[in-house]
Design a protein around this ligand. Sequence first.
Ligand code: SAM
Length: 258
Amino acid sequence: MFQKLYNPTLRSQKEQRVTQDGTTTLYSKEFDECYHSTKDGALQESLQKHILPAFSLCQNKKQLTILDICYGLGYNTLTTLYYHRKNRLKSKLHIISPELDKALVQSLKEFEYPEEFSDLQDIINSLSQNFYYEDENYKIEILIGDAREQICNISTPIDIVYQDAFSPKKNPALWSKEYFTDIKSVASKDIIVTTYSSATPVRMSLYENGFLLYAPPKSSVRSGTIASLKELPLEVIDMELKKQRNPNAKAIYDKELL
Ligand SMILES: C[S@@+](CC[C@H](N)C(=O)[O-])C[C@H]1O[C@@H](n2cnc3c(N)ncnc32)[C@H](O)[C@@H]1O
């Protein structure tokens, strides 16, 4: 449906970049963007922007289903496992992660990951080869293909979404109002969405679906947004006030991307 937004002929063209915290990311020629903020650092961005806020808001759940949008280099999935093991958490995790770029995932068994992931090499190898890993604590599925199609096939209610596509300008089909309608259709009633984006059109796409919006707890990485369908003990982002102050503010709509 959104083929014209992608350019598979450039997909294999990537360059390594070392980020501020010393961890390695890639630059994508197709999207003309890095997979992580080089200023925040790949590992720190993943930990501070997604994993810490999400887990602090979901402490009491015995089973968590996480939608990692999208797998990319796998930092969000792997940092989740690192954090979960380091803190000896008892919850069972099911991680579902769509990804368009099959060759990238297949290459990751050789990727220069940080020391923190050294105990995860068996899992990395399995994901890279089979797009799947399962043991008594973790079930991880990488769904190769377009996230817009894959999300509609998910049958387990999602507790956490790491919303980590490329930027809304470069990857708009994963930030539109209709995209978040699909996310809501697979959400548990207390879903938590974490994202690095604080762009008004993204917030409007969430808000028009009934999501409540919050400022993330202060951290060392750039600000973003936390969204949920229920009230959270965080600073509220008043979207009605934002709309009054900026009457031209609008969501991203699929029909404008076609
Ligand atoms: C910013 S990177 C994700 C970084 C990743 N979360 C990590 O921790 O390494 C965005 C990823 O989204 C993928 N992508 C973009 N559009 C997609 C789509 N429609 N469906 C599935 N994957 C998509 C890209 O191939 C890229 O790997």
